[in-house]
Design a protein around this ligand. Structure first.
Ligand SMILES: O=C[C@H](O)[C@H](O)COP(=O)(O)O
Ligand SMILES: C=C(OP(=O)(O)O)C(=O)O
Length: 360
């Protein structure tokens, strides 16, 4: 989307900057988290469902549940209808595979970028490059609410700690991405979050920053943030012990093979961290060749059988149509506008193959 979304400032925007700060742009106030949660509330039953789903994932991390955790879905959500279509299909697969797989839908509304590009529904819901976070955050919350009501646990990447305050109650698993693993702000945020969190190895492929993040996040912190009323406040975070490492490869090297996993597990043990790792079958592990995800997932499923206690699960980038698209006009239904994904049919085949490894 880099080509279709302008990130340049126009003169009208610059003209609105106050005299004493020529770099400051227009600011548009938006509702507080409490106001938005009041408009789009979660009821008692849904709250209980999400708490149960978080507990199910916690049990997998702790090794009390031997099912393979599968985080699967589009690289990013941009079209609510296609996302709900995907969610309905996934929910049906969950019924079929529930004894061996715990399926969680990737529902990412924020995207970290290597340089510039579309940053997700929360920022630019109309894909026009204009940015409308009031609309974007509200649309994201509504969509997550509709997806959660399908009965699926949801996964997202927490990028901006303020955005997370509007959505956190709907999420069962959160990722800290490879580009933010080393950030103190993100480690403090994890310490504050109430759900299990997967922390990715850095883009250079090293697991050390992620393991340092796991250690930092299990401690409590004092940090500057925003409370539910939109008030800037010092937050005392409780610490989050429900974290795990996500291996996503890096710098042209993969790290999902048995030896890399064993090395990571050893490093985790030395830092007294949870040892079960989740393998991201996409990103640098697949060198963004989406079809490679199938072979990687099957390999990891075999490791899960051979070495119980090392593999927690897999992550897939999957949507309705295979690949990705650059042009938003016309927009193909169900195809990624960020990273390439496997199609729905390829996803069904992959999950069936993984299931067969686990339940021969
Ligand atoms: O998962 C998505 C991308 O890998 C990540 O957001 C970085 O994308 P970019 O390198 O295209 O900016
Ligand atoms: C951006 C992502 O991954 P990573 O942080 O591993 O690049 C992602 O999973 O969408």
């Amino acid at each position: 989307m880099e080509n279709t979304v302008s990130t340049q400032l126009n003169s009208a925007q610059l003209g609105r900057a106050p005299h004493n700060d020529k770099r400051a742009l227009n600011s548009s106030p938006i509702s507080t988290p409490k106001e938005l949660k009041r408009q789009l509330p979660i009821d008692f039953q849904l709250r209980q469902q999400i708490e149960q789903q978080r507990n199910d994932i916690r049990a997998c991390i702790a090794g009390e549940d031997s099912r393979l955790l599968v985080i699967t879905g589009p690289c990013s959500l941009h079209d609510p209808q296609a996302a709900l279509d995907y969610g309905q299909r996934l929910q049906q697969l969950q019924q079929a595979y529930q004894d061996k797989l715990l399926l969680v839908m990737r529902a990412y509304v924020e995207k970290p970028r290597t340089q510039v590009g579309w940053k997700g529904m929360a920022y630019d819901p109309d894909l026009q490059g204009k940015g409308d976070m009031a609309k974007g955050i509200a649309r994201s919350r509504l969509l997550l609410l509709q997806l959660a009501r399908l009965g699926l646990p949801l996964a997202t990447e927490a990028l901006n700690p303020l955005v997370m305050q509007y959505l956190d109650d709907l999420i069962s698993w959160t990722a800290i991405g490879a580009r933010t693993t080393e950030s103190q702000t993100h480690r403090e945020m994890v310490s504050h979050l109430s759900m299990p969190v997967g922390i990715k190895n850095s883009t250079d492929g090293s697991a050390s920053n992620a393991i340092n993040a796991m250690v930092a996040a299990r401690h409590s912190h004092h940090t500057l943030g925003m409370d539910g009323n939109g008030q800037i406040a010092m937050l005392d975070t409780p610490g989050n012990a429900d974290t795990h490492l996500v291996l996503r490869g890096g710098h042209g090297l993969t790290n999902y093979d048995e030896q890399s996993v064993a090395q990571a597990v050893e490093q985790l043990q030395r830092s007294d961290c949870r040892t079960r790792v989740l393998v991201d079958c996409s990103h640098a592990n697949a060198n963004k060749q989406h079809r490679r995800q199938h072979a990687i997932a099957v390999d990891v499923a075999h490791q899960h059988r051979r070495n119980p206690g090392t593999i927690l699960g897999i992550m897939l980038e999957s949507f309705l149509l295979e690949g990705r698209q650059d042009n938003i006009e016309p927009l193909a239904y169900g195809q990624s506008i960020t990273d390439p994904c496997i199609s729905w049919e390829q996803t069904e085949a992959l999950l069936q193959a993984v299931y067969q490894v686990l339940a021969p």
